[in-house]
Structures are given as structure tokens and as C-alpha cells.
Write a new protein. Structure first.
Length: 90
């Protein structure tokens, strides 16, 4: 007989979504970081609880895809001539 789950699926998904909202970086959606975040909330959840739950993994993938599709990533230039850009745009 299998052991009962410590947390319901919807609770694990809520933790993952809350973590994403507070950090905003899809690259940080990792099971070990979710475990640390849950512990900071006072919830006893292990990384394998998130990893073994298919619904949580699907939601994490959806969040990653949604953030990639939004195209809100920062663009950085190694060398940028600010004076020339300002002269052209004034």
C-alpha cells in the first residue's frame, strides 16, 4: 500500500506559482529551490514531492514557455555609444 501524500497537487502548484511570481525568473524554477521556498513558508515539502508530481511539472513548463513567449528579456550591449545615440534621437 502506498503512503499518503503530504500535500495535495493544488497546494504544490500554488507553491510553484507563488515562487515564480516572487522571483520572476523561469530559470530559477528548480525543484531544490522550490523546496527551500516551501520551507521558508513553513511547509514541509521536499524536492522530490514537486519532481514526482506530473501536474506541477506541466505547470512549471507552462510558466517557462509563457515567459519565453512574452519576449520581455533584457537586451544588453557590450559597447554602446550613448552620446551618438542621444545626438541621433534628439
Amino acid at each position: 500500500m502506498a503512503r499518503p501524500r503530504k500535500l495535495e497537487t493544488r497546494e504544490l502548484v500554488q507553491i510553484a506559482e507563488s515562487f515564480y511570481e516572487s522571483h520572476g525568473n523561469p530559470a530559477k524554477l528548480k525543484f531544490s529551490l522550490l523546496e527551500e521556498y516551501a520551507m521558508s513558508l513553513g511547509i514541509d515539502a521536499k524536492a522530490y514531492d514537486f519532481k514526482r508530481n506530473e501536474t506541477v511539472r506541466k505547470r512549471m513548463d507552462e510558466l517557462r514557455v509563457a515567459s519565453d513567449a512574452s519576449g520581455s528579456g533584457a537586451i544588453a550591449y557590450k559597447s554602446l555609444d550613448v552620446e551618438a545615440m542621444l545626438n541621433c534621437n534628439l
